[in-house]
Every structure is written in structure tokens, then in C-alpha cells.
Design a protein around this ligand. Structure first.
Ligand SMILES: Nc1ncnc2c1ncn2[C@@H]1O[C@H](COP(=O)(O)OP(=O)(O)O)[C@@H](O)[C@H]1O
Ligand SMILES: [Mg+2]
Length: 340
């Protein structure tokens, strides 16, 4: 699949969104396809041929179907998936679908998270998470072309697409690294320009609920609380802060937990808001378990975990400072950070 080719389907997606929300969108004229060199045309032709065989069980709305065919066609061609069975959850930023694995992945069922191109609009505070990040391309590697780096900085339409791609690459790379490190996350198998293929948590009849949807007795709550903190600490030891951790992003299945939803990960030593983001993650997790009788002091837990991993607590940074992206301010922070 070529990067950004789903952009050609934005008109369809607009229509799909309009159907979902009941809003009326003005019709946009169809775009004239660009003439391709013969070799590329042949390549696309073969892809299209095999994609036309991609029929799935899930009854998608008309425009959703086009969107899925476009997003998941590559997974189907590579025999990583053979069918889309149903939608697990549709959200503002992404929809997650249950798939039957294809011959080339040793699994029965898989989950695929398909991002909407609109995702960035919802990330109003994205600069806070982006600080200290290196943008990644569709191959999951650091951007190398100056033109791409420039486009991101200038926020051109193309640059926004690269940013979008970079969030997805971050989620994919993070899942891979954390799975290797034995953090309780789904194993991620493949990434396309707007989709991630990973282990499915649940069974054919039901997907795993999030902690937010279930109640726990006190003994199990204590056990899962300890397990959550173990995961948070293990992530920190690998230089990752989840950044949006809460009972909504921890799945529960068969007595075990699985952490999901990683596009906004933050690096603890490279982002001035890192401690605040970390504290918020720890606090949200504590608040959930406190409801079931677990005793926890989030601020103390966060500080202890943070400092025992050798990081310095910057509690005094005002959020406005973080908006400023002031190089002087950043230098000051780096000096303090080195002194830790
Ligand atoms: N691997 C998975 N197995 C089962 N269900 C999943 C899986 N990944 C996500 N889900 C379901 O899809 C929902 C949305 O996924 P998530 O990654 O949290 O995206 P977002 O919250 O950004 O829409 C989750 O709350 C969960 O219900
Ligand atoms: Mg989520």
C-alpha cells in the first residue's frame, strides 16, 4: 500500500462521517486520477485485482466499506487477515474491528485499529505530547527528507498527513517495544498508513471490557492495582509514559489486564510536561482502584516511581511555559534535567 493513498478517499470518508452524524456535507467533485508511469500502473492494477476479492462478513455502511477496503486491503493481500467480522468499538479518533487472521499470522482472531484522518483535529494539545519527539514516516523510521521535516514544521496539508502518520507509527513502535519488554500490551503485527493490526483481547462472542466497565472485589482490585503499577514502572524503565492511561484504556479478560491506546506516549527525559503527564496517569489509575477499597496516595506513588528511576520532578512548570516553545526555557530545563 502506498502512503497517503487513503487521502483519495477523503471524499468518501466525508460522506461516511456525514452519514454517521446525520450532517449534510456539500458534494465535492471527483478528483481526476493522475496519470501514472506504466510500471506503477501495473503495480496498482495487480493490487486492485486482488483487493476486489476482499469481501468481508461485517456489514459496513457504504462509505465505511470503502474506507475499510482501502485501509485494510494491504493486510488482506499479504494474508495477514482473511475477514473482518465485526466492529468492536467506533470512536472519534479510531474504530477497532475484530478480524479473522490470515494464513501468514499465527493467530485465530486479531484486532485492527483503523484511524480516522480527522484524528489530529481532536488532539488540541498535541504540542505537549510532541515535545521531544522525532517524527516518524510510514515505515516507522525517523523522517529523513528535509522536505518532509519542513512540511511538518510549516503545517502544510502534506505535513499534517505526516504528523498523522507519525502518531500511528509511535503507537505501533511502542506496542512492539513494550511487548518485547513483557509489558501487558497486545502484540502488534503490522502497520499500514492508518491502521494497526494486533492481538485481539476477548473471544468470538465478546471483546474484553475495559476496567471502567466492570466492578472488582477488593482482593482482585488490589492484585490488579499492583499489576497496573508494575506495568507503569516497567514502561518508565523503558522510557515510556503512556500519556492517556485510565480505566478506559486497560482491558480486563480472564483475570488479566492489557494496556492499550498508545499514540500519545511521552518520553520521561525529553519532555518538560513528562512528570505532570505521568502523575495524571498514576492518579487516574489510583482513582479507579480506590473505588474498590484499595488504599493509594497517587502523588506519593508517582514521585517514588519517578525518582527511583532517576528522573527529576519538575512540579513547578507552569502549563503556559509549555505552550511557549521558547528555546531559552527549554535550555534551562535541559540544564536542570542534566543535574538530576
Ligand atoms: N486489542 C484489542 N482487543 C480488544 N478490544 C480492543 C483492542 N484494542 C482496542 N479495543 C477496543 O477498542 C476501543 C478503542 O481502542 P483504543 O485503542 O482505546 O482507541 P481510542 O480510545 O483512541 O478510540 C477500546 O476501548 C477497546 O474497547
Ligand atoms: Mg482508548
Amino acid at each position: 500500500m502506498k502512503p497517503y493513498d487513503y487521502l483519495n478517499d477523503l471524499d468518501d470518508l466525508d460522506q461516511f462521517e456525514a452519514e454517521l452524524t446525520g450532517a449534510r456535507k456539500p458534494k465535492t467533485p471527483a478528483r481526476n486520477p493522475k496519470k501514472l508511469p506504466e510500471s506503477d500502473a501495473k503495480f496498482l492494477q495487480t493490487q486492485d485485482d486482488s483487493r476486489t476479492n476482499f469481501k468481508f462478513t461485517y456489514k459496513a455502511a457504504r462509505f465505511e466499506e470503502g474506507w475499510l477496503l482501502n485501509s485494510l486491503g494491504g493486510f488482506y493481500e499479504h494474508q495477514w487477515i482473511s475477514d473482518v467480522l465485526r466492529k468492536i468499538r467506533g470512536g472519534k479518533e479510531a474504530s477497532v474491528y475484530l478480524c479473522r487472521a490470515g494464513e501468514n499470522i499465527h493467530a485465530d482472531l486479531l484486532a485492527v485499529k483503523v484511524y480516522r484522518p480527522r484524528m489530529l483535529r481532536n488532539l488540541k494539545q498535541d504540542h505537549i505530547y510532541r515535545e521531544g519527539r522525532i517524527d516518524l514516516g510510514s515505515d516507522g523510521k525517523q523522517l529523513v527528507k528535509d522536505a518532509d521535516v519542513h512540511a511538518v514544521a510549516k503545517r502544510t496539508a502534506y505535513g499534517e498527513e505526516i504528523r498523522h502518520q507519525s502518531w500511528i507509527a509511535y503507537e505501533f513502535n511502542t506496542l512492539r517495544t513494550l511487548f518485547e519488554a513483557s509489558v501487558d500490551v497486545p502484540q502488534a503485527y503490522e502497520m499500514a498508513n492508518n491502521a494497526i493490526l494486533m492481538d485481539y483481547i476477548g473471544d468470538l462472542s465478546a471483546a474484553a471490557p475495559a476496567l471502567s466497565e466492570i466492578s472488582l472485589d477488593r482482593a482482585e482490585a488490589k492484585e490488579l492495582f499492583d499489576r497496573s503499577l508494575h506495568n507503569i514502572d516497567l514502561m518508565l524503565s523503558k522510557n515510556f509514559i503512556h500519556g492517556d492511561l485510565s480505566a478506559y484504556n486497560i482491558l480486563y479478560w480472564d483475570g488479566d489486564i492489557t494496556l492499550i491506546d498508545f499514540p500519545q506516549v511521552v518520553s520521561p527525559g525529553n519532555n518538560r510536561s513528562a512528570y505532570q503527564i505521568f502523575l495524571r496517569d498514576v492518579t487516574r489509575v489510583c482513582e479507579y482502584f480506590i473505588k474498590f477499597g484499595v488504599r493509594a496516595n497517587p502523588r506519593k506513588i508517582a514521585t517514588d516511581l519517578w525518582t527511583s528511576r532517576g528522573f527529576h520532578v519538575f512540579e513547578e512548570i507552569h502549563p503556559r511555559l509549555l505552550d511557549a516553545e521558547d528555546p531559552q526555557d527549554r535550555k534551562l530545563w535541559e540544564r536542570q534535567n542534566r543535574g538530576r
